[in-house]
Ligand binder design. Structure first.
Ligand SMILES: Cc1cc2nc3c(=O)[nH]c(=O)nc-3n(C[C@H](O)[C@H](O)[C@H](O)COP(=O)(O)O)c2cc1C
Length: 226
């Protein structure tokens, strides 16, 4: 099988200082709206920061991270404990960390061999950030639907030559997001996706080499019964 769009997509973690055309962003979101959802309920909403607004958000994010400001997302995130992850999930996460020989959560501010450091890489300086919300009282089925919508954004973006990264990092400080975007109180900020054009890998910035993460063997996650 030739490389499909699904395999061509991977997360980018460093972006060029190059805006994405607003119409292109709208087209990407419009394509993603074709995601399936429970009874076509389409529980998602999308809010996009771009231009100066996105730059200001990067600055405030940077200040918060460097100041070790406590943060909590509006949807309870998993913790790194056995309660929240199975043995198979731990194995996949370890493979992911080892693949890049990089910790995605460097607390000491150090720069690892991919140039991933606290100062430059935390929210990746994406020129556009899409925030996906779902109703605060949503069930897990709506979360499934919003995930399909988010994945649709990543694929539609790839199809248009736009790189992206879905990241928890974008939604760690929901109050800051609510200060600049009028998001109704009954919606929870569920996920953030950074969009932009991936920077070429350079000696001091090789973070985008951290891609093509291994996947579990298909036979380990699949059972076909005839
Ligand atoms: C819900 C979710 C949260 C994520 N949060 C982060 C994050 O905070 N920081 C980060 O560097 N990558 C984050 N990622 C990206 C994943 O690490 C990445 O999708 C995974 O390693 C597979 O790699 P690929 O997207 O290149 O195929 C997140 C992905 C998802 C789906």
């Amino acid at each position: 099988m030739s490389e499909s769009l699904l395999r061509a997509r991977h997360s980018a973690r460093s972006f060029k200082n190059q805006e994405i055309d607003t119409k292109l962003i709208k087209d990407i979101i419009a394509e993603a709206q074709w995601a399936p959802s429970w009874c076509n309920s389409q529980p998602w909403k999308a809010y996009v920061l771009t231009g100066e607004a996105a730059k200001k958000m990067h600055e405030s994010h940077h200040t918060n991270v460097m100041g070790n400001k406590k943060s909590w997302t509006e949807v309870v995130p998993p913790q790194f404990t056995d309660k929240d992850w199975s043995a198979a999930e731990w194995t996949n996460m370890r493979d992911f960390w080892q693949a890049g020989d990089v910790s995605p959560f460097p607390e000491d501010g150090s720069t690892d061999k991919l140039g991933f450091n606290k100062e430059s890489a935390w929210d990746f300086h994406a020129p556009a950030i899409v925030y996906i919300t779902i109703p605060k009282n949503a069930t897990m089925f709506s979360a499934y639907d919003a995930g399909a919508f988010g994945y649709g954004i990543t694929l539609a973006a790839r199809e248009q030559g736009v790189d992206c990264i879905p990241a928890y990092e974008f939604i760690r400080y929901p109050q800051e997001i609510r200060q600049v975007i009028d998001i109704p109180e009954d919606e929870a900020i569920f996920m953030g996706i950074g969009l932009g054009y991936a920077q070429e890998n350079e000696d001091l910035n090789r973070i985008n080499e951290f891609e093509k993460h291994p996947r579990a063997k298909t036979d380990d996650i699949l059972q076909i019964v005839k």
